[in-house]
Ligand binder design. Structure first.
Ligand code: GLN
Length: 456
């Protein structure tokens, strides 16, 4: 804990931690020592970790990277962070993120972006750690903590993991409780661990997962011993390579990474099978209708009355002006864009044309996966991202759709509710980490982690 606290102090330039809790961490570390002395050894005992700013942490600022939650001190702890504390973890502080988890580069954060500890060759341009869990990824990659929590609505654990050479798993929807996690798109959001290795991810996921009566979508299923399942034995497993993921204009080095990953799995005894997921091309537009729709509804609660920031009012301003001014000041541009898109696709005149149609396409995307799993496919191998980490500022004010393309390989997994893991398996020509993604059958994170272990 002391080593991490001093690393954090020296790494201000990474802007990964946005709120430090050293006193709390020292207290928790002492309690962990006492538990060890008493012969208890819970899974995370004494391990210093960071918590994404999207998790409500009791009496510790929780702003979701937004101005509108300035000054918000939750009176309760999210289920997932509480479970980690119960398992003996030491929490060092809160980690930077895109505002309300909307973004792929960390540049929508009210705190300013976190920075990727990696550099391209001799080029000293600062790179994005990815988003939205960019602070978590940067902190783990730079050894500021041993692991961190992330959340993933469309790729926010897996894309930053791929950009920083770390491991990130988005579990099956319902595996981890969403209670106390500030909501973005409730039918897609899941928490998961961001770690240095597949083994660490298995241990931490075990501590985070489990049924919670306070989240009606959390599954009442036993949590397997993920670490014990890490045999790495994949002999006889059928691993699918979806042909629709060969996108036009995909860099040569990503194609190569992907085929080398398939070779490695084949050498370890798996059968590599060409598969088709025909509705893949509709995933990104479907996600960018459904996620904003749900976000516009979830974000309606930030009205200047119940939480955080309230705009200064003038004589004669009524409640409407209070809402308008507060929300105009409190939300950044990307969040405002999502609220507008979401409100539009949910409006009476367009609901059927956009929202309902997207829901139907979502079902088709889910059925694509069900069909290949029914044919005996155990897991699916794809790239995690279409490129290595890009320079900060490069995409910021361009066409937002260019930024959304970062999520092309990850959103299908959220739409279908499946588990997906990203792990580093190679390097770009400029020496940056590159990651692959393995997608698993629902509730089979144990098998998925074990296959990832074979690829690590
Ligand atoms: N980049 C995606 C978005 O902006 C995914 C974000 C996420 O998974 N939270 O919506």
């Amino acid at each position: 804990t002391e080593a991490c606290l001093s690393e954090i102090e020296g790494a201000g330039a990474l802007n990964a931690f946005v709120h430090n809790t050293p006193d709390l961490a020292r207290e928790q570390a002492k309690a962990a020592d006492a538990r060890l002395r008493d012969g208890e050894a819970p899974a995370m005992c004494g391990l210093p970790i960071g918590i994404k700013d999207l998790f409500c942490t009791k009496d510790v600022p929780s702003q979701a990277g937004s101005r509108i939650l300035q000054g918000f001190l939750p009176q309760y702890e999210s289920t997932v962070s509480q479970k980690l504390l119960d398992a003996g973890a030491v929490t060092l502080g809160k980690l930077n993120m895109d505002e309300f988890a909307m973004g792929s580069s960390n540049e929508t954060s009210v705190y300013g972006n976190a920075v990727n500890p990696w550099r391209r060759g001799n080029d000293d341009a600062a790179l994005t750690p990815g988003g939205s869990s960019g602070g978590s990824a940067a902190a783990v990659a730079a050894d500021l903590c041993l692991a961190a929590t992330g959340t993933d609505t469309g790729g926010s654990i897996r894309q930053p993991a791929a950009f920083t050479g770390t491991v990130g798993i988005k579990p099956t929807y319902g595996r981890c409780s969403r209670w106390g996690i500030i909501a973005f798109a409730s039918s897609l959001d899941q928490a998961g661990p961001m770690t240095k290795s597949v083994r660490d991810a298995a241990i931490m996921l075990g501590a985070m997962a489990g049924h919670d009566p306070r989240d009606s979508t959390s599954a009442d299923l036993a949590v397997p011993d993920f670490e014990a399942a890490l045999t790495g034995d994949i002999r006889g497993k059928k691993i699918g390579i979806p042909r629709e993921y060969h996108m036009d204009g995909m860099p040569e080095e990503i194609e190569k990474l992907w085929s080398e990953g398939a070779d490695m799995l084949r050498d370890a005894g798996a059968e590599i099978v060409d598969i088709s997921l025909p509705h893949t091309k509709y995933a990104l537009p479907t996600y960018y209708v459904l996620a904003p729709a749900e976000a516009s509804s979830n974000l309606a609660r930030y009205d200047g009355v119940r939480y955080g920031h309230r705009a200064k009012l003038e004589q004669g301003d009524g409640i409407t002006e209070m809402y308008e001014k507060t929300r105009a000041e409190g939300f950044g541009h990307e969040v405002q864009r999502r609220v507008m898109v979401g409100t539009y696709v949910l409006s009476a005149g367009f609901y059927d044309a956009y929202y309902n149609r997207a829901r139907r396409v979502r079902t088709l995307i889910k059925q694509d996966f069900e069909n290949v799993f029914a044919e005996g496919i155990d897991s699916i191998l794809t790239p995690a991202t279409p490129s290595a980490a890009f320079a900060l500022g490069e995409m910021k004010d361009t066409d937002p759709v260019a930024m959304y393309l970062n999520d092309v390989f990850t959103v299908t997994v959220n739409l279908a509710g499946l588990p997906g893991i990203a792990l580093p398996t190679g390097q770009s020509a400029q020496g940056l980490p590159l990651g692959l993604q393995l997608i698993g059958r629902p509730w089979e994170e144990a098998a998925l982690l074990s296959s990832a272990y074979a690829l690590e």
